[in-house]
Design a binder for this molecule. Structure first.
Ligand code: TRP
Length: 415
């Protein structure tokens, strides 16, 4: 094992890469719907509180573990590797299927494929794409190939450069969609759906959902944050990186809500969540607003998905390179082919897809996050940890609050 010499050459690159990992499909197809269902502003307040008190400390624990492990001798990754490597590999495989759909839909919207279609016809398009093994698998391979090309170019030249450019562009695109969406007559109902506080809806399941979502949204527990933190420059602080990542992630989720819900309500359609919202309802609504908007929308989704998938591929590649001594190029190739194999299974068999999704978010992510909180809170030497964590109360949150809350979400999710 050698000292890890790969680096992001600026603080901005590191923060954009982490924000890119965090900002993903979860912000677009789950968060806006959850907010509307669980009490609007009331839910947003609880979400932000959990983000600061639980998810951010776990983020800091995971990134501190990454920073400390960079030096030889503290290779914690070898202890948690079986869990995190497997988890990120599995997520990469099924995430690539959805990434492939975004690519497919980007091409379709370039060709003006949704103009004049209604929701029933859009459902047929989605079912047709999903039913075609060739289309499904080849789009997945294209997406995985793009991921591999960014990662093979290296930490700073590949991941860092891609993130520095694409994440700011992503924000601009979502702001543009939000402006268009808010200008539609009747969009006020969408804002009301998102914002009007309804404290009576804030029951136990809503609170558990807020915690689970903030956790998922910050990409915790699979080693992505650990790996990226291990590439930060010595002088850059993980506290600051965590604060910015949580801020961008939440801001993006709220912006996505403002881009999506006003348009959905203006069209007089019931908001849903998940694939049907993104691949059936929204293409129809946005293509009524011109040819450009659907293209911007699917390009945004593709970028959001890519910036997450590179952080997943990098976990496995980093481990192969730094713990197994493999050359970067071969490591990327090996993971590409293995993920293409599992990804194809996910693309053709919905049962495999669902099992990968369930196992990774309810089992592996939870175990991984618990391990990171326990390692940083209880195993690593206190002085070493405090150099990164700095505040005693943050250390206490990592030691006591985080482990209890992780077990609580894991149990609620599984029940
Ligand atoms: N945070 C991503 C999203 O909101 C999803 C995700 C969860 C993820 N865990 C991850 C992405 C680990 C990359 C790495 O869509």
């Amino acid at each position: 094992m050698s000292e890890n010499k790969s680096r992001f050459n600026s603080r901005f690159a590191a923060i954009m890469a982490m924000a890119g990992s965090a900002v993903g499909l979860g912000n677009i197809w789950r968060f806006p719907y959850m907010v509307g269902e669980h009490g609007g502003a009331a839910f947003i307040i609880v979400y932000i509180a959990f983000c600061i008190l639980v998810s951010l400390p776990i983020f800091i624990a995971e990134s501190t573990a990454g920073r400390v492990s960079r030096k030889e001798g503290y290779s914690i990754m070898n202890k948690v590797a079986p869990v995190t490597i497997l988890a990120s590999f599995i997520i990469l495989s099924f995430y690539s299927v959805v990434g492939g759909w975004s690519f497919d839909y980007l091409i379709r919207s370039f060709a003006g494929g949704f103009s004049g279609k209604d929701i029933a016809e859009a459902k047929e398009v989605f079912a047709g794409m999903n039913g075609s093994v060739v289309e499904n698998v080849s789009c997945m391979l294209v997406f995985l190939g793009m991921t591999a090309m960014i990662v093979v170019a290296g930490v700073d030249k590949g991941i860092g450069r891609f993130s520095k450019i694409s994440i700011p562009v992503l924000f601009i695109m979502v702001v543009l969609i939000a402006i268009e969406s808010l200008r539609l007559p009747g969009s006020g109902k969408g804002i009301e759906y998102l914002i009007r506080p309804d404290w009576s809806k804030l029951n136990g399941p809503a609170i558990a959902a807020a915690l689970g979502q903030s956790f998922f949204s910050l990409s915790l527990g699979v080693g992505s944050i650990y790996t990226y933190a291990s590439y930060m420059r010595e002088e850059d602080s993980v506290l600051r990186a965590g604060g910015w990542t949580a801020f961008f992630d939440t801001a993006f989720a709220l912006l996505a809500g403002l881009a999506i819900m006003p348009a959905v309500f203006a069209a007089g359609i019931e908001p849903g969540a998940g694939p049907s919202l993104v691949f059936e309802t929204l293409p129809v609504i946005f293509s009524r607003m011109g040819v450009v908007l659907p293209v911007i929308f699917f390009l945004a989704i593709l970028i959001a998905a890519l910036s997450s998938s590179i952080s997943l591929l990098e976990v496995v590649v980093s481990w192969l390179v730094h713990s197994r001594g493999m050359r970067r190029r071969y490591a990327v190739l090996l993971v590409f082919f293995s993920a293409a194999f599992l990804g194809s299974a996910c693309a053709v068999a919905p049962k495999v897809f669902a099992a990968c999704d369930f196992l990774s978010s309810n089992v592996f992510m939870m175990i991984g996050a618990l391990l990171f909180a326990l390692i940083t809170g209880w195993i690593l030497p206190r002085e070493e940890v405090m150099r990164h964590v700095r505040y005693r109360f943050a250390y206490a949150l990592i030691r006591y609050v985080a482990p209890v809350m992780i077990v609580a979400i894991a149990v609620t999710n599984l029940l």
